[in-house]
Ligand binder design. Structure first.
Ligand code: KPL
Length: 317
């Protein structure tokens, strides 16, 4: 099975190694300046299940080669650019595993930009809860436990693509949970990201610190605001359940630097737009006032002091 992984950040690197070690013929597509280094040094996972793999590495701006299954592992704000690359390979079952909302419209916009009809690309969304830290180019550490959520079988054109990806990920040693109400799981993860990621990113603390004040109170406010928006959108999460789940994730990923904090550490743009920005946008539609969420969106849409300069302007929702 030829598997194309677009993006070699924390999640892309981890999954590329796992998929390659389970027998996939993995090719990783990255920006030109990383190609030689990753091809030379290979990819390595540290943590409880250390592993490494040598994979083919190609420039995402050039020919990607044929693929039977594509994983798009770039950040939410890079989805449109990634879709312009994979638009050259229509028809391939494609998995998105980014945090946040409104991912598929971004991919569709990228596909249309290169003249590819989005209906010809089977796009599957998955939700990943694995905490992974990028240590350097091609090197990651798995820092806790997590799983992948995928929609359960249903009728329609995505049935086979979902099955294919569920089989590949389970074969690669990941715990795969198939759920009937997948959109609810997207919101469940969004509540966690909306609470954890901005607070850790603004204060430079690992997830585990959110069990203590003052970070705990800030995370709870963001959780509560996102929970109200979820309810307005038809996804009710009782307050105690949402808080219990938040602190379960905080404990299970205590040593992790959230993906947003890792972006801030590297002076890169963050996913504030597809996480808190998406909450704010929907909240406005429902006439909800979300002061905490507005504050973190404002704050994280500008460079964060102490971090390197952003490589380009952070995205505003
Ligand atoms: O998804 C995550 C992220 O960092 O983006 C969590 C679950 C919060 C783990 O850090």
């Amino acid at each position: 099975m030829r598997i194309l992984v677009v993006g070699a950040g924390a999640i892309g690197t981890l999954l590329a190694v796992r998929l390659a070690r389970s027998g996939g013929e993995v090719r990783v597509a990255v920006r030109g300046d990383s190609v030689d280094r990753l091809a030379r040094d290979g990819l390595r996972v540290e943590g409880p299940r250390p592993d490494d793999a040598r994979v083919d590495v190609v420039d995402s701006a050039g020919p990607l080669g044929a693929s039977d299954a594509t994983l798009v592992a770039v950040k939410g704000y890079d989805l449109e650019a990634a879709a312009r690359s994979i638009g050259r390979l229509p028809g391939v079952p494609t998995l998105l595993i980014q945090n946040g909302l409104d991912l598929i419209p971004r991919v569709e916009a990228g596909l249309r930009a290169v003249g590819t009809d989005p209906s010809g690309v089977p796009i599957v969304r998955g939700v990943l809860t694995l905490p992974v830290t990028l240590l350097g180019p091609g090197r990651v550490r798995e820092t806790g436990v997590g799983w992948v959520v995928l929609p359960s079988d249903g009728p329609g054109p995505l049935r086979e693509p979902v099955r294919l990806w569920a089989g590949l990920l389970a074969g690669a040693g990941l715990e795969v949970r198939r759920v009937p109400d997948f959109e609810r799981e997207v919101w469940r993860k969004l509540l966690v990201n909306a609470a954890i990621n901005p607070v850790t990113a603004m204060h430079g603390v690992e997830n585990g610190r959110l069990a203590q004040e003052p970070w705990r109170g800030q995370a709870l406010q963001l959780l509560e605001e996102a929970r109200q928006v979820a309810a307005a959108e038809g996804f009710e999460f009782p307050r105690e359940e949402a808080e219990r789940e938040l602190f379960e994730v905080v404990r299970a990923t205590a040593a992790n630097r959230s993906s947003m904090l890792q972006d801030v550490d590297r002076g890169r743009p963050t996913e504030i737009g597809t996480i808190s920005g998406a909450v704010l946008k929907r909240g406005r539609r429902h006439g909800l006032d979300l002061p905490g969420t507005r504050r973190v969106v404002d704050r994280l849409s500008r460079p964060v002091a102490g971090a390197g300069a952003p490589t380009r302007a952070p995205e505003r929702p």
